[in-house]
Design a protein around this ligand. Sequence first.
Ligand code: PEP
Ligand code: CO
Length: 449
Amino acid sequence: MTVNADSSFSIASSWRDLPAAQQPEYPDLEALRAVTADIEGYPPLVFAGEADQLRARLASVARGEAFLLQGGDCAEAFDQVSADQIRAKLKTLLQMSAVLTYAAAVPVVKVGRIAGQYSKPRSKSTETRDGVSLPSYRGDSVNGPEFTPEARIPDPERLRRMYHASAATLNLVRGFTTGGYADLRQVHAWNQDFVRTSASGQRYEALAREIDNALNFMKACGADPAEFHSVEFYASHEALLLDYEAALTRVDSRSGRLYDVSGHMVWIGERTRQLDGAHIAFAASISNPIGVKIGPTTTPEEALALIDRLDPEREAGRLTFITRMGADKIRDLLPPLVERVTASGAEVAWVCDPMHGNTFEAASGHKTRRFDDVLDEVKGFFEVHKGLGTHPGGIHVELTGDDVTECVGGGNEILVDDLHQRYETACDPRLNRSQSLDLAFLVAEMYRG
Ligand code: PEP
Ligand code: CO
């Protein structure tokens, strides 16, 4: 949407008159206003031109020429903004991307759930333990995870911390991805601490040797393109807290359009995608690439209405539908959506989130997912698109670079009885490094299919 600077305020805030689901109930609105006024003066975390570049990459995904790998924590946490943890996540994504690029021979668009993924929608507004009920934890940007009345009070100062944590994370991500660490000749180095202990690490090592041979061959031929020395990596998160996202929404001086400069891509979650709600109105006002989570209740009419609202110009790359149906439903529920959207002439990118439709509670009380269900949902996604002649555009996954025990199954099998060993997520269970690599190899096979 093009605006002049004078009207930007009213357009950026038109969502304020609409119902906004899942917003914190701040006890002190003056304090909230003081914090958001400060954030309005902070420098952008990303540039509009970078968001445009990602939109162009996602247009390739929508057209069937590239594959989106979007992944990271369910919820980032302030006390996990460390070089080791950020590097491990990046390493995992780079390894997955190398597997997909080489084994499926497709360009991979790399987008982290990173540097801003601090806010969580919750199905229940309270949490009860031993007969005591407190407001739910809504992510480090809102309140604290500790089960005390004080920690659970929404604190607007946390928005400021989210900005700084995002800035620190993004700074390191930019350093890693352009400063030599992501050079393709590091394919072995990304695997070093991992290879001996796991079958997927060994499988990766074999693939890395092939990549090495190909690089040596090309170098001997005199080809050493700049693309091999750094990677394009983008940051994304759920645009949940509208006070924060709006405070970081700015008019781009080149185009006069509004951009949310808190991340390159933002998505609207399954619980906040109401057509007449504030989140969709906010997303419609900005020019970033937008994702929308599409769950099992979504009708084709709703999908078409979302396209009308968010992509009225039918511009490939603007809108990504991230489907999260559940392994047992995707084969029935996805085809009518894809058929109707395709028939409408819209060019959306279709991406599979095989995580959020497959969560259950283990007998131990841990929220978990089965690796086999995750895999089966991705399989169903590929089958549906193959059947309809449309493009399976990518995967959206919750993962970490650490060897956590949060999802069951995988090549290095984690059993329900192992879950307690290293269960560290602040919200939903994530694939660990070995499970993530297993998934990348299996997805590459399906893509080649
Ligand atoms: C998430 O991505 O962590 C999430 C809450 O997803 P959804 O909106 O699809 O439930
Ligand atoms: Co999640």
